[in-house]
Design a protein around this ligand. Structure first.
Ligand SMILES: Nc1ncnc2c1ncn2[C@@H]1O[C@H](COP(=O)(O)OP(=O)(O)OP(=O)(O)O)[C@@H](O)[C@H]1O
Length: 606
């Protein structure tokens, strides 16, 4: 109840008014049996007591009005509570620490904002008000019943106690079933999100049926838990009804006998009977409320779990990121990091001077993307320091710092919306001229001219109306529009044909005139362009220098160039990467672009 009260804390005023109105309605209802008793008892001695009957009609009308207004206020407050909860959760889910996304399923988090809050809507207002007003009016009715006939009250209360015992014994199971149902709905959403998010793979793998079965099994689990909850509720309700009807029968039997023996008046018995029936409503309210609260507890727990997930620290009084001051744009000093126990970066140091173009190369899994994640402050290093323009990035405001660097991931997504919205995502207020500049820079002019509505054409869900290469270039243009001091570019490996590759090389050349570049390079053409190449292996920098120097000095680099960077088939490369043997020593040369690497000094141009 305390947690529920906290949820509704911003709505206390309206909620109190709603409770007050419901109580007023109940009080007006409680007055009615007293008037009825008086009317019946006085009807025996005189003509029809019209004033009492008029009073009854007024009481009915006033009760209906108070009930209606109270109910509307409750419903509105319920919507308000859910709105506040959803907004808080949404804001939180978008700010969680990166590790949390690694550990949780996105669909399940979505389900907590949608399905769980909807369940809570019922609990927060209706159930809690049902409990409060039910309990208060119940107490009022009980007092009046005891005052009218203590003996008959004892008869009623003992049957009610039986019903309460039945309800009490079932509550734990009801709660467990509702928790299971909510978890299953979460798992179902997560699995559906997985399948729809990879619908092309699902189709190509002919896995529609398997996925339908799998997601369907989650739906069936939710159904089973829901049916279990329904079974429990369906035992609870008749138990309550039986007890209440039984108590009414007993009251009629005992009370009727006493009226026949003149031990009590007909008016007294009628009033008591009316109170007994009136007790049914608040009692049913209380029991229903307890049931709803139990059903809502599963949802509340899931919402609270999501609300307690750790978020990135707020910027607070952190310093703004420094502007150009001659210091290197980026510097990593002996940075160590692991996602779990296994170290992924083992003392990485590297420097990116202003306007420099640094390429990061290494085998798959060497830790290149991890370096980017640390620079973006998605994760914090275990030890070591990352400096931006000479200042420790931990001391800079995250938002401000991130506005100075731009990240283009291999799988940087294009978002649902128009081309313009996508391009302006990093810099929503960019000028039209700037937009045109970056469109030209990344060779997107032809695409914009071809699309029916130009920049305002929709790109489809995750950019599925565009080619992979176009999505990549949109991502680069988007990053550049923010005029970053440093661009982190994970070079696309698969999406570029030779024409686009050449365009990207030219674009990178132009970009490096605007800002510093740290590129995870997979293509020899972009590696050659770099002022400096940092070779990463198993989380360590094993070599550093220009392309020419590294070809001479680093067998690891030569292996990379021949093997992974060239994407040659193993048939073309007998020299396995990292063995140190020169291509010339193998007697067999890689074909195509790399024939020049065979003998003699490296050429001036790649
Ligand atoms: N979120 C994560 N949680 C746990 N381990 C991770 C995570 N991301 C990466 N790893 C592991 O860390 C290591 C380095 O990964 P990273 O993505 O940095 O390599 P990479 O050099 O960029 O590889 P590639 O060129 O294939 O993209 C890998 O062994 C990978 O399995």
């Amino acid at each position: 109840m305390r947690d529920l009260a906290r949820l509704a804390s911003g709505h206390r005023g309206v909620l109190s008014l709603a409770i007050l109105l419901t109580l007023v309605a109940s009080a007006l209802g409680m007055l009615q049996p007293l008037l009825v008793r008086q009317a019946i008892d006085s009807a025996g001695h005189s003509s029809l007591p019209w004033h009492l009957l008029t009073g009854l009609v007024v009481l009915f009308a006033a009760q209906a009005l108070a009930d209606a207004v109270g109910l509307f206020l409750l419903e509105r407050t319920g919507e308000g509570v859910v709105l506040g909860l959803r907004r808080r959760l949404i804001a939180r889910l978008l700010r969680l620490r990166m590790r949390v996304y690694d550990e949780h399923r996105i669909g399940d988090l979505i389900s907590r904002v949608s399905a769980d809050t909807t369940v809570l809507r019922e609990v927060t207002t209706q159930a809690s008000v049902q409990l409060i007003t039910g309990a208060l009016t119940g107490i009022g009715t009980v007092v009046l019943m005891v005052w009218l006939d203590p003996f008959l009250f004892l008869v009623v209360i003992s049957t009610v106690a039986v019903a309460a015992a039945v309800v009490g014994s079932l509550l734990g199971r009801l709660r467990a079933a509702s928790e299971r149902a909510q978890h299953s709905v979460g798992a179902m959403t997560a699995d559906l999100e997985r399948a729809l998010g990879a619908i092309r793979t699902v189709r190509a793998s002919r896995a529609e049926e398997r996925e339908a079965q799998h997601v369907g099994s989650r739906a069936r689990a939710a159904y089973a838990a829901g049916v279990q909850a329904a079974r429990i509720t369906s035992v609870m309700s008749p138990a309550v009804e039986l007890a209440l009807r039984g108590s009414l029968l007993l009251v009629l039997l005992i009370g009727g006998t006493r009226v026949a023996r003149d031990a009590t008046s007909l008016g007294e018995l009628t009033a008591f009977l009316l109170y007994a029936t009136y007790l049914v409503v608040p009692l049913a309210s209380v029991l229903q409320g307890i049931g709803s609260v139990q059903r809502g507890m599963g949802a509340l727990q899931r919402v609270q779990e999501a609300g307690a997930l750790p978020v990135e620290d707020a910027d607070g009084r952190a310093r703004p990121a420094p502007a150009g001051n001659g210091a290197p744009v980026l510097e990593l000093r002996d940075v160590r990091f692991g996602y779990g126990d296994r170290p992924v970066l083992r003392g990485v140091s590297l420097t990116v001077p202003p306007r420099a173009h640094v390429a990061l190369v290494g085998r798959s899994g060497a830790g290149k993307s991890t370096v980017f994640s640390l620079v973006e402050r998605f994760y914090e290093p275990g030890s070591g320091t990352i400096l931006f323009r000479g200042e420790d990035i931990r001391e800079l405001g995250r938002t401000d710092y991130r506005s100075r660097i731009a990240l283009v991931d291999q799988n940087t997504p294009v978002l649902h919306g128009s081309l313009r919205e996508n391009l302006c995502y990093t810099a929503p207020h960019a000028e039209e001229a700037d937009l045109e500049r970056v469109v030209r820079l990344v060779n997107l002019t032809e695409l914009v001219d071809r699309l029916p509505s130009g920049l305002d054409s929709p790109v489809g869900e995750r950019g599925n109306r565009l080619s992979g290469g176009e999505c990549q270039r949109i991502a680069i243009a988007r990053a550049l529009l923010g005029r970053p001091s440093l661009l982190l570019l994970d070079e696309p490996t698969a999406h570029l044909d030779t024409v686009n590759e050449a365009a990207l090389v030219r674009a990178i050349d132009r970009i490096s005139e605007e800002c510093a570049l740290l590129v995870i390079a997979h293509r020899i053409s972009t590696v050659c362009q770099a002022d400096r190449i940092v070779v990463l292996d198993a989380g360590e920098v094993v070599a550093e220098g220009s392309h020419e120097t590294l070809l001479e000095s680093s067998s690891h680099y030569r292996g990379l160039v021949l093997g992974e960077l060239a994407h040659n088939s193993p048939d073309n490369v007998e020299d396995s990467p990292g063995t140190g043997s020169r291509p010339s020593e193998t007697g067999k040369l890689p074909k195509g672009n790399f024939a020049w690497m065979d003998l003699g000094p490296p050429p001036a141009q790649c």
